[in-house]
Each structure stands twice: as structure tokens, then as C-alpha cells.
Design a binder for this molecule. Structure first.
Ligand code: 8YV
Length: 311
């Protein structure tokens, strides 16, 4: 008999098909009454396939008394109640490492776009404005100062890329990281004051909520750029909107927002911000690798009692 798997994620169709073949899979979103379904059938499921974006809360874990393993599509665990899972001895699988390159690439794409106004210059050409004059000068990237908030797996991949741009790098994290050559800055405010570009790549969740607030934005200042490829919750979005409107920072490149897919509409008319729909990991290659890890974490758990990548 196949293991019962509850699906609460948003996955590539190919992963859905693989899961449906290997497991006796039920998609929770297809049930007309989620609460009634869980009350009647919650005890059937040993496995849960979820995603970093849709998450797994303690109430869902409680509704699945036989649950043994969660496999999440994504590296972020801020929406997965890992503590509640661990308290029940449930293994939590996720997809670290495989998306480092693409998220770091996107961070640099946003950095160059905001500094050199590539998206805004593209709009300038399309609007026919080039016929009326040259595009304004922008900010040089090579040789500039890069501040990184967070020095985990992706922070390191970002810092690595900065070498090709001859950038000076400093980072802020809760604690210094022992095996990186970059200078640790114990104060986020000081880091923001020092750098030209501040890239946010720390974990989301309650501990980092609104870490980048109005004070940090003012420390970054009118020549400074903010890039976020982590979680919208880390930035006080209302404060960021005001800082961009009032040009108290030079610009921002944002892949993530506080209330996705809702983006503050005030940003749509601003040329000093680049807006992406949470696509940093969204290449065919990386999403395939993430899908494989979601599947392999489950297979490994049921074969050996351990997920390949466990939180
Ligand atoms: C999402 C992400 O998983 O890995 C994460 O934590 O935020 C992304 O890679 C991706 O958008 C699919 O939901």
C-alpha cells in the first residue's frame, strides 16, 4: 500500500505527477471543506508536501496526528512551524544549497539594474524619450561598497560574485561567521552608513521582522541602494515606500514583499525601484533541482528514516 501524502504546496506540474505516482496523494486545496476534510481524514496521512510560500502552521500539524515527515519546496522555513514539528518528532525536509546560485545571481541583477537604471532606461527608450535627449547619469557598480545583511549559504554566494566587481564587502549577522574573509560589522546601522548597496539575505520570521526600518534606511541615505532577495517581512515596507518617494535612499531592487502577491501600488510610478514577482530561484534548472530535492527528501525519509536535507 502506498503511503498517504497530503499536498498543501504549489509545485511544478512534473513534481505533482511524480508525487501522485509514488504516493497516495490528496491535494488539500481540492477539498471543498478543508476543516471537515482534516477532521475526517487527518489521521490518514504520514507525509506532507508543502512549500516555503504556503507554509505549514501548528494547527495543520495538530490536524495530522500520524504525520512523520514534511517536505517543503524552498529554503525559507519562516512559514513552516519547525518547532511544532520537532516537538512531535516530525522530520522537516527542505531545499537548501540548490538555489544559492540563482538567488545570488538575481541579487546582482537587481543591484546592477537599480544602480545603472537599466529597467528605467529601457522604459525611456520605449517611450521615445531618447529622441528628446540623453539618459541621466547613473551610479558605478565596480569598486563600490557592498553591505550584506546575512552571511549564510546565499550571502556567501553573493559575496563571492562581488569579487568580479572589485567590491569591498562587509556584512552584518547576529554573530560573526568564522570561515569567510569578509569584515563583520556588528551594527546594522553602521553597515548601512558605510555601504553603497545593502543586500538583504537573512532568514525571515519574527526574529528579523522590520530589521530594516526607517532608521536603517536613513543610514543608507540618499546615495544608497537597498536590494531584497530574502523576505518582505525583514523590511518595514511602509517606511521603504516613504524613503523611495522622498528620495531619502537612491533606489531599491525588490524580489519579495510583505504581503505577496500584493505590492504597494505607490511603487508602480517610481523609477527608482525595480520590482520582481519573487522569482529569484525561478529558473528551469533550479526549480528542477528543488523539485528533485522535495521528492528525494521524502523517498530518503521512508527508506532510511532521514531526509537528505533536514531542518
Ligand atoms: C520559493 C523561496 O520557494 O526557497 C524559498 O524560500 O522563497 C523560493 O525559492 C519559490 O518561490 C517557490 O515557492
Amino acid at each position: 500500500m502506498k503511503t498517504r501524502l497530503l499536498h498543501v504546496g504549489q509545485f511544478p506540474a512534473e513534481l505533482d505527477a511524480r508525487l501522485a505516482q509514488a504516493y497516495d496523494m490528496t491535494v488539500l486545496a481540492e477539498q471543498p471543506d478543508r476543516t471537515a476534510f482534516l477532521a475526517a481524514h487527518g489521521a490518514d496521512f504520514e507525509a506532507l508536501a508543502a512549500s516555503a510560500i504556503t507554509g505549514v502552521d501548528a494547527a495543520l500539524i495538530d490536524a495530522l496526528p500520524k504525520l512523520r515527515v514534511i517536505s517543503s519546496f524552498g529554503v525559507g522555513l519562516d512559514k513552516i512551524d519547525v518547532a511544532a514539528a520537532k516537538a512531535r518528532g516530525i522530520t522537516v525536509g527542505y531545499t537548501p544549497e540548490v538555489l544559492n546560485d540563482c538567488v545570488a545571481d538575481t541579487a546582482f541583477g537587481l543591484l546592477i539594474d537599480t544602480a545603472r537604471s537599466l529597467s528605467a532606461a529601457d522604459r525611456f527608450v520605449r517611450a521615445g524619450d531618447w529622441l528628446r535627449g540623453a539618459y541621466p547619469l547613473t551610479k558605478k557598480v565596480s569598486g563600490s561598497r557592498l553591505g550584506i545583511l546575512g552571511m549564510g549559504r546565499i550571502g556567501r554566494a553573493i559575496a563571492q560574485r562581488s569579487i568580479g566587481f572589485d567590491m569591498q564587502v562587509r556584512y552584518h549577522a547576529l554573530e560573526p561567521v568564522s570561515d569567510v574573509p569578509w569584515q563583520y560589522e556588528p551594527s546594522l546601522l553602521e553597515l548601512a552608513r558605510w555601504c553603497d548597496f545593502l543586500i538583504v539575505i537573512t532568514a525571515g520570521g519574527a526574529a528579523t521582522r522590520h530589521l530594516v526600518n526607517a532608521e536603517v534606511l536613513d543610514a543608507l541615505g540618499p546615495q544608497g541602494f537597498l536590494i531584497n532577495v530574502a523576505r518582505g517581512s525583514i523590511i518595514d515596507e511602509a517606511a521603504l515606500v516613504r524613503a523611495l518617494q522622498e528620495k531619502r535612499i537612491a533606489g531599491a531592487g525588490l524580489d519579495v514583499f510583505e504581503s505577496e502577491p500584493h505590492v504597494p501600488p505607490e511603487l508602480f510610478s517610481l523609477d527608482n525601484v525595480v520590482l520582481l514577482p519573487h522569482v529569484a530561484s525561478g529558473t528551469r534548472e533550479t526549480r528542477q533541482a528543488m523539485a528533485d530535492r522535495v521528492f528525494d527528501n521524502l523517498q530518503s525519509y521512508f527508506a532510511t528514516g532521514r531526509a537528505l536535507s533536514a531542518a
